[in-house]
Design a protein around this ligand. Structure first.
Ligand code: NAP
Length: 280
């Protein structure tokens, strides 16, 4: 079975638009783009397009590639203090001279729709997520959309980054999966992976996962975004692995669209939470 992220994301976006239209709140997302990286510009553009689709207002703050940490922090403060803005998304990665952790920590936790602020990470690990990071949240939505059993499932997550691997583990653990997190120092990755009912790969290496690493019938979720010979591909060698896996996400068209749908969901949630706070 090919897991169709575009289709599921489309349905989620329709739902967010309906919720926005019926809620009486007007969510607003601010994106912060620093520099001219073409990939970052493309992602920011896609996020603004999604906002338009779901009737979320969006504003863009652009800073030059030479911006200092202080200049970025000043912009974040301005957005934090603007009551018309519910969500702030800082497009990563940042230029080398900008201290990423300071920038992430400067975003007001209640506007941190990416879910990277330590407060939101803490809530996630406490089992009471406010804004779960968008990519792992999107993976959970995909698994649920296809009724993939999670409770008790032996799950291997390849990659332990703060934005994907670790929050993915927290969300799956919260749903009673049995988790193994693999990383670059993991020994016998193939043996570890072959035991898993669900594999989530967030390594960032083209066609790194081959069919001999997958248990027949396992669910394979490919988060990776890589380019090989100028073509977009995931971490999984899709053509091989699709014949062994029970279900698999393609790249493109799998996890990517879900990340954006989750961002829209988080922005809507932030707006609703804020409107409730204003009432009380
Ligand atoms: N689809 C989406 O919306 C979306 C969103 C975010 C990211 N991505 C993509 O997902 C991929 C991962 O992103 P990221 O931000 O998590 O990357 P990252 O911060 O570079 O993390 C990569 C992880 O892979 C691990 N790793 C490297 N080589 C390995 C190996 N041989 N065996 C097992 N693990 C290995 C690393 O281990 P160490 O910790 O030991 O170094 C690290 O934990 C990238 O391709 C990125 O573009 C996609």
């Amino acid at each position: 079975m090919i897991i169709d992220g575009r289709m599921v994301a489309g349905k989620r976006l329709d739902l967010v638009r309906k919720q926005v239209d019926e809620s009486g709140v007007q969510p607003c997302l601010a994106t912060v783009l620093i520099g001219e990286d073409p990939g970052s510009k493309m992602y920011v553009r896609m996020k603004h397009e999604a906002c338009e689709k779901v009737h979320i207002v969006s504003v863009k703050a652009c800073l030059p590639a030479t911006a200092t940490t202080m200049e970025v922090l000043a912009k974040i403060r301005e957005l934090n203090n603007d009551p018309s803005i519910n969500g702030i998304l800082v497009q990563l990665p940042l230029p080398l001279q900008v201290e990423t952790s300071r920038v992430i920590q400067a975003v007001a936790p209640e506007k941190d729709v990416d879910g990277f602020h330590p407060c939101n990470i803490g809530l996630l690990y406490a089992g009471t997520p406010r804004f779960a990071p968008c990519t792992p949240k999107g993976v959970m939505t995909l698994l649920d959309a296809y009724n993939i059993p999670i409770q008790g499932a032996r799950t291997l997550i390849a990659g332990r980054s703060i934005d994907v691997g670790r929050p993915m583990a927290a969300l799956l653990l919260h749903r009673d999966a049995t988790i193994t997190i693999a990383h670059s120092k993991t020994r016998n990755l193939k043996d570890e992976m072959r035991r898993a009912d669900i594999v989530v790969s967030a390594v960032g290496k083209a066609r790194f996962i081959t069919s001999d690493m997958i248990k027949p019938g396992a669910v394979v979720i490919d988060v990776g975004i890589n380019y090989l010979d100028g073509k977009l591909c995931g971490d999984v060698d899709f053509d091989q692995v699709k014949d062994v896996a029970g279900a698999i996400t393609p790249v493109p068209g799998g996890v990517g669209p879900m990340t954006i749908a989750s961002l829209m969901e988080n922005t809507y949630l932030a707006a609703v939470e804020r409107s409730c706070t204003n009432v009380s």
